[in-house]
Structures are given as C-alpha cells and as structure tokens.
Write a protein that binds this ligand. Structure first.
Ligand code: NDP
Ligand code: GDR
Length: 365
C-alpha cells in the first residue's frame, strides 16, 4: 500500500485528492491547521475513527510556517508521495497579507523539500507542488504553456514563483522527484465562497430564491480558463506516476470572461440577464438587469460592480495549452464549463434549501 501526505487536505483540492487516493488504495495522511471552529466539512465523509483497525485516512495538525512540525509529520508518516496543496490561496487577500503569503506559500515549499533532505527521504519520497497559472500574470504569450515566460502580478503569484523555482532547483540539485503542476483555475461545489465562481453561483441561487437582491463583483472583463477540480486532482496524481519528474500545464484550453460566467449561472435558473453596460447609473455601476424586470419596467439591478473587489494589479487573460499533459500523461478533462456551472448552481440551490431557508417552488415564481 502506498502512503501519501496531503498538505491543505481540507481545502477544495485536498478533499477531492484524498477521495481519489483512498479509492486507489492509498494510506492517506492529511495536514490540517488548528482552527477555532471545526472546518473539515469537505472531508467529513472520509473520516475514519482512529481507534478502528486498518484506518487509511488520518489527520495531523500542522502548519506550513512551522518546520519542526513538518519534519515530525514526515518522519512519522514516511510518505511515498507528498502533495503540497496548502497555501494562502486568495490572490486579492495576498495584497493584504503579503508577508504571511510569502512565508506559507513560498518558504513553506522550501520547508517541505528541506524536511525530506534532513530525513534522508529525498530519493524515496516524490513531491508535487501546487503551482499556478497566476505565474503567467501579465500576458506574454497565449495560450500559456510550460515554456511561456512568467510575469507574476500579486504577492501570491510571487510567492508561488519562489515555490516553483525551488522545486525545480531541488530536482536538479539533489535528484529529487519533485514536480510542478501549473494548474489553471479549477472550481467545484467545494470551491471557497470568496472565489468568483462560487461567489456567483451562491448569489445566483440566493437571488433566484428571493434571499438576496444584488451581487457585487469586481472586474467582469477578466478571462479565465476554468476547469473542474475533480479532473485536476487526477492530473496531480498522474504527474507523480511518471518515470521522470517533469512540470506540466493543466488547463481546458478555453477561456471565458467573468461576465459570461454570470450569465451562464443565471441562465441555469431560467433567469435571462441583459448587460446594460458599465457606468450606466448615477450611484454605483449597473451592469445587469433581469429581462423580466425590464419588461415590468422596474429595471431591477441584479449585478453591480464594486471597485472594492478590484485588484491593485490584475491578471486579465489566462488560457492554457495542456498538450504536454494530454500527450505524456494521457490526461483529458471530463467536464466542460456548462457542466461545471450546472453542478455548482444546483449545489448552491440545494444548500440553501437544506438550510431550511426556502422551498424550491419559490424559485420558479
Ligand atoms: P483552498 O484555499 O481551498 O485550500 C487551501 C488549503 O491550504 C486549506 O486547507 C487551508 O487550510 C490550507 N492552508 C492555508 N494556509 C496554511 C498553512 N499556513 N499551513 C497549513 N495549511 C494551510 O485552495 P485550493 O484547494 O483551491 O488549492 C490548492 C492549492 O492549489 C493551493 O496551493 C492553491 O494556491 C493552488 N492552486 C489552486 C488553483 C485553483 O484554481 N483552485 C489553481 C492553481 C493552483 P484552512 O482551511 O485552515 O484555511
Ligand atoms: P483567481 O481567482 O484570482 O484567478 O485565483 P478568483 O476567482 O478570485 O478571481 C478570478 C477573476 O475574477 C475577478 N473577479 C472577482 N474575483 C473575486 N474573488 N471576487 C469578486 O468579486 C470578483 N469580481 C471579479 C478577479 O479580479 C479575477 O480576475 C484562483 C485561486 O484559486 C488561486 O489560488 C489560483 O492559483 C488561481 O485561481 C489559478
């Protein structure tokens, strides 16, 4: 039985990856930070009572900013594979907490790599680094592939740039099986509520159910190459199963503006919105109104731009070329954007319903 260690196990990707590796028969150890409230809802269904025999899923308290803790966990678990998914992963928030982001996302990766050397595991343990399309930042070339130059545009991306290169360096310097997956945006019903897709699908569900009036967003013109997290964790695993360690871009190859994602999400509930252009009202900026409301002559605004959500420096266009992954890893995404949006909106409607707030019938009327 292979043993894997996942940092950030209770995050979106950690949850899907843990599920995948358990299905494949792995012993899975997860690193989770202490929090004042329990925040393991994404992995609660995987929980096994540690007092039982043959438990294959265990959690360990840990933090990417604590070397001693990481060394001890790796020593105890002796993993064949480490998936380093832990990070302060919100680009906008990284402008507020740049030093912490550098520490956790940049130096944190170094701590793991050094821990393997200190413990003499550098030839045994394979390590996956969660690199990101944010490395490409300011457009240098489209579509973006493994050879495209990086131009990071946020403290998050700069921290991840360090993590990317230290992973490459340890591979070259010490012969470690250390790889970067350069993953483009991937979403799911488990996506954190403050990332744009989930923020949209939750708000659309709430607006559709009559629980919310308006969704406030930032830059609607940004374009992202959105895939499904389930497909992307499969790629992570494949990256660590090759004969030679290499870096791979994982993407769908299709890019979509945020405003189109908004339209698709509303359309899932049969609500057609018309963008009326930015800066059309006297107060904020009206960007969308429901057609129904227009017909009624009310002009009900359902989406407005709030500059609070703009970033000091923005990444305007991401579109990835995953040809290398398709050729060498045999990886192909199973989901397209329409399927992703459908699943996310349906999940959010269900969550509001299960919270007992509203009946589905209300939505249609
Ligand atoms: P999430 O934000 O959902 O999960 C991040 C995880 O890291 C959480 O479990 C979080 O714990 C944990 N974490 C944060 N800081 C620390 C720390 N100091 N020590 C230990 N754990 C910590 O991110 P995703 O699952 O979406 O992404 C996984 C990884 O992939 C991240 O590194 C992200 O930067 C990267 N990535 C993500 C992409 C995406 O589109 N999703 C694309 C490319 C890269 P807690 O719950 O306690 O906050
Ligand atoms: P991103 O994801 O920054 O690409 O990083 P996010 O969903 O936060 O933003 C995507 C785009 O949408 C625009 N946007 C908004 N974003 C948020 N969060 N909230 C808003 O209200 C809003 N309005 C418009 C943003 O400006 C941006 O252009 C994600 C994270 O998962 C990273 O960890 C990962 O590395 C990259 O994807 C690939």
């Amino acid at each position: 039985m292979k043993t894997a260690l996942i940092t950030g196990v209770n995050g979106q990707d950690g949850a899907y990856l843990a599920e995948l590796l358990l299905e494949k028969g792995y012993m899975v150890h997860g690193v989770k930070r202490r929090s004042s409230l329990i925040n393991t809802h994404r992995i609660d269904h995987l929980y096994q009572d540690p007092h039982e025999k043959e438990v294959r899923f265990r959690l360990h308290y840990g933090d990417m900013t604590d070397s001693t803790n990481l060394i001890r966990i790796i020593q105890e678990t002796q993993p064949d594979e480490i998936y380093n998914l832990a990070a302060m992963s919100h680009v906008k928030v990284s402008f507020d907490t740049p030093e912490y982001t550098a520490n956790a996302d940049g130096i944190g990766t170094l701590r793991l790599l050094e821990a393997l050397r200190i413990l003499g595991l550098e030839k045994k343990t394979r390590i996956y680094q969660a690199s990101t399309s944010e490395l490409y930042g300011l457009v240098q070339e489209v579509p973006q592939k493994e050879t495209t130059p990086f131009y990071p545009r946020s403290p998050y991306a700069v921290a991840k740039l360090y993590a990317y290169w230290i992973t490459v360096n340890y591979r070259e310097a010490y012969g470690m099986y250390a790889c970067n997956g350069i993953l483009f945006n991937h979403e799911s019903p488990l996506r954190g509520e403050t990332f744009v897709t989930r923020k949209i699908t939750r708000a659309v569900a709430a607006i559709g159910l009559g629980l919310q009036d308006c969704l406030y967003l930032g830059n609607l013109n940004a374009q992202r190459d959105w895939g499904h997290a389930k497909d992307y964790v499969e790629a992570m695993w494949r990256i660590l199963q090759q004969d030679q360690p290499e870096d791979f871009v994982i993407a769908t190859g299709i890019t979509t503006p945020v405003r189109e994602f908004v339209r698709m999400a509303f359309a899932e509930l049969g609500i057609m919105i018309a963008f009326t252009g930015e800066g059309v009202n006297e107060k904020g900026v009206v960007v969308a109104c429901t057609n129904d409301a227009y017909q009624l002559g009310i002009g009900k605004t359902v989406v407005s731009v709030d500059p609070e959500y703009f970033r000091p420096t923005e990444v305007e266009l991401l579109i990835g070329d995953a040809t290398k992954a398709k050729t060498k890893l045999g990886w192909e995404p199973k989901y397209d954007l329409q399927m992703l949006v459908k699943e996310m909106v349906a999940n959010d409607v269900l969550e509001f319903e299960q919270a007992g707030k509203v009946q589905f019938e209300h939505l249609i009327s």
